[in-house]
Design a binder for this molecule. Structure first.
Ligand code: 5RP
Length: 221
């Protein structure tokens, strides 16, 4: 079914509100990046004054702080109670492609630090099978060498990441996401890629029309 942008925004908002309901006062919370997370932040600000957050991008940090949410630097916190983030794709078994907003390196680090990782999405995000390209972040040092070894990569016309990484997209084979993820992770010069395995994901909350579908993947710690 084709959805208007208003309907999609409504689904994002419903998913974000449902995720905000999972947050409890006193929690440490990782905040993702993107238009779905933009609906989460006001929902969190309305419900909770006593949470401590880390943000996966300067944009999210700015938005959250403008709403009065406490955003701490992600240097000392070694564990988070919860992380909540959007996704570009999600398969029935819980594989994600993330990084449409180029924040996947920080997003993966925050997600892996959280006891529970909650994915929020509208109904355009579920897919039967993942499709490329896969967002990647590359070290500027040795970039030519890394690009040659990776093969089919396009550089994105966007600024470097806040950590100085070069943002690009990998167009190589994606028949088996675990094999592709292992190949990308094993490439020197590649900082991080946007394939998130199901074992990272605790729950997905998908907005569908006026309802939310909650899928429990039991990932996380
Ligand atoms: C940013 C991301 C986003 O979570 C992903 O692109 C989804 O964004 P949106 O909520 O705007 O659809 O991975 O790097």
């Amino acid at each position: 079914m084709v959805r208007t942008s208003n309907q999609v925004d409504r689904e994002k908002q419903l998913a974000a509100e449902a995720a905000a309901d999972l947050v409890e006062d006193g929690m440490t919370v990782g905040l993702g990046t993107g238009s779905t997370v933009a609906f989460l932040l006001p929902a969190l600000a309305r419900r909770h004054r006593n949470i401590r957050c880390v943000a996966t991008s300067p944009h999210t940090a700015d938005l959250a702080q403008q709403l009065g949410i406490d955003v701490a630097p992600f240097t000392e916190l070694a564990i988070l109670d919860l992380a909540i983030d959007g996704t570009d794709q999600i398969t029935p078994d819980g594989w994600l492609v993330k990084g449409g907003g180029a924040a996947h390196t920080r997003e993966k680090l925050v997600a892996i630090t959280a006891n529970r990782f909650i994915v929020i999405a509208d109904s355009t995000k579920p897919v039967a099978v993942l499709k490329g390209p896969i967002p990647i972040e590359l070290l500027a040092f040795g970039l030519g060498s890394t690009l040659r070894r990776l093969g089919d990569v396009t550089l994105r016309a966007v600024p470097s990441s806040p950590d100085g990484g070069i943002i690009a997209d990998y167009h190589g084979p994606l028949v088996n996401p675990r094999e592709t993820a292992a190949r990308l992770s094993g490439t020197p010069g590649l900082i991080e890629h946007g394939l998130f395995p199901p074992e990272m994901v605790t729950t997905a909350i998908i907005g569908r029309g006026d309802q939310v579908e909650v899928i429990d993947y039991r990932g996380g710690k």
